[in-house]
Structure formats: C-alpha cells, structure tokens
Design a protein around this ligand. Structure first.
Ligand code: NDP
Length: 337
C-alpha cells in the first residue's frame, strides 16, 4: 500500500518536505476488520490544523503517522460480519491506497442512490456543516439576506442554496471572475462578489442593498471586515471556518480591531456562534439525510467537484485548496470503482 505520512509540522504553507511517501506491506486482518481500497480521498481545510500542535478541537496527526482524511473505499477483504467484499463505504482511511480498519467504523454507501463521491461532499460532512449551521444558528427568514464566502466550495455552495430554499436572498463571495460566473450561472445565487477585486467593498454594498441578516463565516480576513459594516441588527453569524488564516504564522499587522468588533456585537445585538459540525450530529443527521438527498433529486441543490488524479498529488492539492485554486469539492482519485 502507498501511504503519505506527516514528516514534520510545517510553518506556514505546508511544503513537500512536510510529507513522506512510503510503501508498506498490508497486515493480516483480525476478526472484525476489513481491508479497504481507496477510491476517493477527500481533502478538506481542517487538515492544515491537524498538521500543527496548536491547541484545537482535535488532536494533531503525530509525526510519522499517515495523514488523516475521509475516503470512499471499496471493501476488498472482510472479517467483519456487517461488511461484504464489494461494498462501497465511507471511512476514515487517510492518505493511503489501502487501509485496514474496524468494519464498524465504516458506513455503507448506496452507489445506485447518488454518485459515491457525494458522500464526501454535498451528502457528507461539508453538506451537513452547511445544513446544521443554517438550521441551528443562521435560521434565515424569507426575504432576509444571507452572505457566505468560499461560496463555490462544498460548504458555501450548500449554504447559499439552502438560503434560497428558505426563501432568503443568497449572496456569494468568491475569488475571481470564473467563480463569480459559477455562483450566478450554476449555483443559483442572487448576487456574486469577487473578493479579489479592487472594488470589493463597494461591490458588496451594491449586492446587499438591505444589509446582511446572516453571515455564514468560512474565511475571516478582509472579507469579514467588509461584511461587519453591513450586518443588520439581530444578524446571526455562524462561525464555521477561518480559511484565510490557516497558514498564518503571526497575527495580522495593523490596528487592533477587537474593540470595534465587540462594539458591533453589542450595538447591533449580533449572535456570533462558533460550531464544529459533529456537535449537531445527534439532532440534525436524521433531517439532513432526509432533506439533502431529496433536494438533490429535485434539483434544488447542485454541487461542483474538482477531481485530482493520484495520491502523490495530494500535498500540492492541499496547498491549492487553501489558496482558492479549486472551485468545488476537492477529491483525490486514488483508485477506480
Ligand atoms: P473550500 O473548498 O471552500 O476551500 C476553502 C476556500 O476558502 C478557497 O477555495 C478560497 O475560495 C477561500 N479562501 C481562502 N483564503 C481566503 C481569503 N483570504 N479570503 C477569502 N476566501 C479565502 O472549503 P470547504 O467548503 O470545505 O470549507 C469551507 C470552510 O468551512 C473552511 O473554513 C473550513 O475549515 C470550514 N469547515 C468547518 C467545519 C466545522 O465543523 N466548523 C466543517 C467543515 C468545514 P476563493 O477562491 O473563493 O477565495
């Protein structure tokens, strides 16, 4: 089996020297285990925080361990009663071509219901993140304005389309003209703003004439600064991610903006609430797995995918992910189904 392991905790953007590629013999299966062949490996922004010893909600990957990651895999050998050879499953197999895991730590996917890759995107963790963040914290009312950045990505694209389903106006922020076009023409956003444009702040004002009622926070940085000035009274801010800062090595330069931020929370009666999607699994997995597949079938939710061939290209792809090089859900194709 080919594996990519963490070789060192990177400072700033993780270069190739943060990783080590190795080939290993596969161990014999123990009772209850399955041998999985990786079809798709999901690359997600949280992986950068696992490559760091800074305190976070999840433990870091240890030096020498296989990089973590969710996969769609095929069962090629089974000593687990609940899994048969040929089953396609969702697993946490990590950055490797084969993996031995406990059969109970896999979930079966029905390849007839939807393309199997969607288990890592719109019908998986990122889609659920959007759904739970909107249902629990964002809660848009009809006619309200919802703004989300990283809007073409798997979380942002679902946020905007759920806003539309709820009768709200969806405004997407993304980097570049091509992503703007995707938001307007493929994903059904009402307005799209390019955060790399020199007229970004004015463009955002024009796209949100009635202010902003829900800001679904995916990025931080200059986008959040521009958004803060346009939040309405009683606006909700689900704080989901801060992708702009994942490779940061120091606090940004400039004046201390904390007092202004706190003053806005107070005077506009804002609700700013962070969340990790897991915490809503007990209450919201069931409705998510009802609603999302139905919306997909009804064409109310669409999704974009970027598939990169070959496990060896995962390090470069993870760099690209945080730099905005990809439009949709980023997947590494490791094997064929
Ligand atoms: P994406 O595929 O959308 O990738 C991240 C995107 O962030 C890039 O494509 C880029 O888009 C954008 N970006 C990066 N830097 C900046 C910047 N400085 N300013 C503005 N945009 C920037 O990721 P996901 O959809 O998978 O995840 C979205 C967010 O949700 C992430 O922050 C992630 O960590 C978080 N998340 C949180 C979870 C939770 O439980 N709290 C669970 C899952 C995801 P562009 O080119 O448009 O700028």
């Amino acid at each position: 089996s080919s594996q990519i392991r963490l070789a060192a905790y990177p400072v700033g953007e993780p270069g190739d020297d943060a990783y080590e590629s190795v080939t290993v013999e596969l161990p014999e299966l123990e009772e209850g285990q399955v041998l999985l062949r990786t079809i798709y490996l999901s690359l997600d922004p949280y992986m950068r925080s696992r490559m760091s010893t800074a305190k976070s909600y999840a433990a870091p990957v240890a030096i020498g361990d296989v990089m973590v990651g969710a996969t769609v895999s095929e069962v090629v050998e089974s000593r687990a009663p609940e899994r048969a050879v040929g089953d396609v499953v969702l697993a946490d197999a990590g950055w490797q071509s084969y993996a031995v895991v406990d059969g109970r730590r896999t979930r079966r996917i029905d390849p007839a219901a939807a393309p199997v890759s969607t288990a890592l995107g719109v019908l998986g963790m990122p889609g659920f993140t959007a759904y739970a963040g909107m249902r629990v914290i964002g809660r848009p009312k009809p006619g309200e304005t919802v703004v989300v950045a990283a809007a073409t990505g798997p979380v942002g694209s679902a946020v905007g389309q759920i806003a539309k389903i709820d009768g709200a106006r969806a405004v997407g922020i993304a980097g570049g003209a091509e992503k703007r076009r995707v938001l307007l023409e493929q994903l059904g956003f009402d307005a799209a703003v390019d955060h790399r444009s020199s007229t970004f702040v004015d463009d955002l004002a024009e796209a949100t004439p009635d202010g902003i009622d829900v800001y679904f926070e995916n990025v931080g940085g200059h986008v959040t600064e521009a958004v803060l000035d346009r939040l309405n009274r009683f606006a909700r801010v689900p704080v989901c991610g801060l992708a702009a800062w994942y490779n940061a090595t120091s606090v940004p330069e400039g004046p201390d903006r904390f007092p202004g931020f706190m003053r806005r929370i107070l005077t506009k009666s804002l609700t700013v609430r962070g969340f990790i999607q897991d915490e809503f699994a007990p209450t919201h997995h069931a409705p998510f797995f009802e609603d999302m597949p139905r919306w997909l079938r009804e064409g109310k939710i669409r999704y974009q995918e970027d598939v990169v061939e070959g496990l060896e290209n995962a390090p470069a792809a993870l760099r690209g992910l945080l730099n905005g090089a990809f439009t949709g859900k980023l997947l590494i194709q490791v094997g064929d189904l």
